[in-house]
Design a protein around this ligand. Structure first.
Ligand code: SDX
Length: 393
């Protein structure tokens, strides 16, 4: 396979990298994980199988998948002392702040998987992070709403376990609806990896210094939080709420086109895709399915989103700039319908993307030529000059 740039990453060569994990063709709107198209994986596979594919490069046999899923299931609990970390936060702390803190703190609890020079420890760290992220995200949510933590169960699949840890309470067991669980799993799969996006590049840069895996993933979570990146799903739903009704859409489209207005259509546009983001297409289908199941197919935000997409795609400005809906445009509508507050949208993105971050982290560490990352700069500042005493300024 020729090593090609799908787009100019905008970095100097020291910040670019070779990879065999994910390929994006931005003009075609194609996303491949180890060569498999995302729409086929979303339809026919499931998140833990995609995790195996991203980590090891091939789809697993039935036995390999069984062993992998059992390994992940056996690591879903957190060290009990980590509960204290959650209690150190204010109740109104954003769950992403909690995730950055707790994941970073894992390096203080799991010493036997921090030696990045030991391939076995790298593998243990990978399994621990994939397994524990749903528990961390669910507990960050529970803490923010003042409800007791719900522990993972070994008899539930990955997505069902997460939904139950979020929505079960001691007074009433949460019955997992298999269609919602499938939709949750599909959301995990659609966010699993995405080549050298900002947060993945952050993880690679952090790991190039030899930092331990938990610290590197905490850095990725911090970067993903931004509204231009993973925070866009929360920002998109807040935008749809602000628009409110379809008759106000033209006003917001005009604002998005106004260079003097900082407003951007959240969930629209992409650094790479200059066509439909294939994940958005799957997400839109899933939104229809989930909202119909929940009997809220006439959800005003879904109506506004569909009309906004139609009007934007018919607008010459968006056509000329090649702006299309991205993965964040419909995901928030589904997550809100499932019962999640907007503050949980990016933590769910971070939970899903952990396997992508950790796969790229492992790939980079397997490169014997690895050097510490150091993007070159183009210096545009002052030329050399001598210090001026304060009385002469
Ligand atoms: C994610 O990199 C990844 O892979 C990220 C991600 C992943 O899986 O990791 O895909 C996840 O981050 C998706 C993107 C989520 N962010 C948003 O939805 C926020 C809204 N989108 C914009 O902020 C923007 O589209 C970016 C940040 C995503 C991309 O910005 P760029 O690099 O400026 O996009 P561009 O070069 O294609 O823009 C072309 C033009 C520019 O105007 P000009 O400078 O040519 O005059 O279109 C404008 C942009 O200002 N533009 C928009 C717009 N997005 C770009 N105008 C209005 N609304 C928008 N949403």
């Amino acid at each position: 396979q020729a090593k090609v740039f799908t787009y100019d990453p905008g970095f100097t060569s020291t910040a670019s990298c070779d990879s065999t994990i994910t390929f994006i063709d931005g003009n075609k709107g194609e996303l491949l994980h180890r060569g498999y198209p995302i729409d086929q994986l979303a339809e026919k596979s499931h998140y833990l199988e995609v995790c195996y594919l991203l980590l090891y490069g091939e789809l697993p046999s039935a036995k390999e998948l069984e062993v992998f899923e059992q390994t992940i299931t056996n690591h879903t609990m957190l060290h009990e002392q980590m509960v204290n970390f959650f209690r150190g936060f204010r109740r109104d702390a954003h769950p992403m702040a909690i995730m950055v803190g707790v994941v970073g703190a894992m390096s203080a609890f799991y010493h036997d998987s921090t030696d990045i020079n030991d391939p076995r420890q790298r593998e243990i760290a990978s399994h621990r992070l994939i397994a524990k992220m749903p528990t961390i995200a669910a507990w960050a949510y529970k803490y923010s709403i003042g409800q007791p933590f719900v522990y993972p169960r070994n008899d539930l699949d990955y997505a069902s376990n997460f939904l139950r840890m979020c929505f079960s309470v001691p007074a009433e067991e949460y019955e997992v609806n298999p269609i919602l669980s499938r939709a949750m799993d599909r959301i995990f799969t659609l966010h699993a990896d995405h080549e050298q996006n900002a947060s993945t590049s952050t993880v690679r840069l952090a790991s190039s210094s030899g930092a331990n895996p938990f610290a590197c993933i905490a850095a990725g979570i911090a970067c993903l939080w931004g509204p231009a990146h993973g925070g866009a799903n929360q920002a998109c739903l807040e935008m749809l709420e602000e628009i409110g009704t379809v008759d106000r859409i033209p006003e917001f489209i005009d604002r998005a086109k106004d260079k003097n207005d900082p407003f951007r259509l959240m969930g629209f546009g992409h650094r790479v895709y200059k066509n439909f983001d294939p994940r958005a297409t799957v997400m839109k289908q899933s939104a229809d399915e989930v909202l119909e199941l929940l009997g809220v197919e006439d959800n005003p935000k879904l109506q506004v989103a569909k009309e906004l997409e139609k009007e934007a795609l018919n607008d010459p400005y968006f056509a000329e700039k090649k702006l299309f809906p991205n993965v964040d445009f419909y995901s928030g509508i589904i997550l809100e319908a499932m019962g999640f507050p907007t503050s949980m949208f990016t933590p769910i993105f971070a939970l899903s993307r952990t396997v992508g971050w950790i796969s790229q982290w492992k790939e980079q560490l397997d490169d014997p030529q690895l050097k510490i990352g150091r993007p070159r700069q183009l210096y545009m500042g002052e030329t050399r000059r001598d210090y001026v005493e304060i009385e002469n300024r």
